[in-house]
Ligand binder design. Structure first.
Ligand code: SF4
Length: 335
């Protein structure tokens, strides 16, 4: 191992049994902490949390909470977003090494250089970005409101959209906008859920609804297949993770194929126990999300680690881009 190699072995050795759950609840009370878990967390972490949801919904719950400490069970940019919206609160992430390949696909320096090549362009960034990138952004977006955010920008202004190329392609098609440039970033988990796999699963389950996250490599294929009549258009639902839970309660389908990270299945099965939910790709598991183990959560509550810091000037600029998004309309949820 070189000095530069980061060890990503998760904290281990703790079973999520009843004694663990009691200890977690006791320590959370002592710390005046609210426990938040993203939809892609392991089931035991989702079940012990006070709230589960998508990244933005959780950050807004954190900001509205009376608790002085937020324990964010998710990846680092999500905990940063909570800190941006609640600068006066202590924000802990159980393992600060839990990164995100999508957020890492563009840095603040790369975005500054891209902006310099397109003076006057409006920068729209998906919430899966670091605080530094949000600070360089004009308007943030989620997968629920990305189309509305881009549509709100005067037609003669160039748009720089980052970092997700699949969400960008979805927005470009919906808005019909030609002067929109898309950063070629992707999440390795979502990109791995591909069109041929989806087509095969859909053909084998002709009555199933298809719930597809717009970051998935198969989102574009799904719309294409629907356009070609290969899958019925009314079965294809492109949804953020938060909207998937609402749609699970609303659909009349008896089975649903789900194209996103497999942790999502836990919330969907809880929301609609009568429906048979199946993953399009069973291997679509985010190793970063699964670094938040029972041992890591216990460590966070015992030691007050890892604390998330965002420098106040970066936080203020990043907050402005999130607030502009909220002013445009219902942000719904991102990932
Ligand atoms: S699933 Fe992809 S986008 Fe989501 S946290 Fe993991 S690496 Fe990032």
């Amino acid at each position: 191992m070189t000095a530069a190699t980061v060890d990503l072995t998760p904290y281990g050795g703790v079973e999520p049994d009843e004694a663990w759950a009691e200890e977690v609840r006791k320590l959370a009370r002592e710390r005046d902490a609210v426990l938040l878990a993203h939809n892609y967390q392991a089931p035991a972490i989702q079940d012990i949390a006070d709230h589960t949801g998508d990244s933005l919904a959780l950050s807004r719950i954190a900001a509205a909470s009376d608790a002085s400490t937020i324990v964010f069970c998710g990846v680092h940019f999500m905990a940063e977003t909570a800190k941006i919206l609640s600068p006066e609160k202590t924000v802990l992430i159980p393992d600060a090494r839990a990164g995100c390949s999508l957020a890492d696909s563009i840095t603040g320096a790369q975005l500054r250089e891209w902006k310099a090549q397109h003076p006057g362009a409006v920068v729209v960034s998906y919430v899966n970005t670091t605080a530094e990138v949000k600070a360089e952004t004009d308007i943030c977006c989620t997968s629920s409101n990305a189309v509305d955010v881009v549509a709100s920008i005067p037609a003669d202004r160039e748009v720089l959209f980052c970092p997700d190329q699949f969400l960008g392609a979805h927005v470009k098609r919906k808005t019909g906008r030609e002067n929109m440039h898309i950063w070629a970033g992707e999440c390795h988990v979502h990109a791995g859920i591909n069109g041929p796999e989806l087509a095969e699963r859909a053909a084998a389950n002709p009555d199933a609804d298809l719930f597809i996250h717009p970051e998935c490599g198969c989102a574009t294929s799904a719309l294409y297949l629907a356009g070609e009549g290969a899958v019925p258009a009314d079965k294809v639902k492109i949804l953020s993770t938060g909207d998937m839970v609402h749609e699970a309660r609303a659909t009349k389908a008896k089975s649903v194929l789900v194209a996103t990270e497999i942790g999502m299945l836990h919330q969907l099965r809880k929301a609609a126990p009568g429906i048979d939910f199946r993953a399009v790709n069973d291997r679509a598991s985010c190793a970063y999300m699964k670094m938040i183990t029972p041992a890591a959560l216990l460590r966070a509550l015992r030691e007050g680690a890892d604390e998330v810091h965002v420098d106040p000037e970066t936080a203020a600029r990043a907050r402005a881009s999130v607030q502009r998004m909220i002013e445009i309309g219902q942000p719904g949820g991102g990932e």
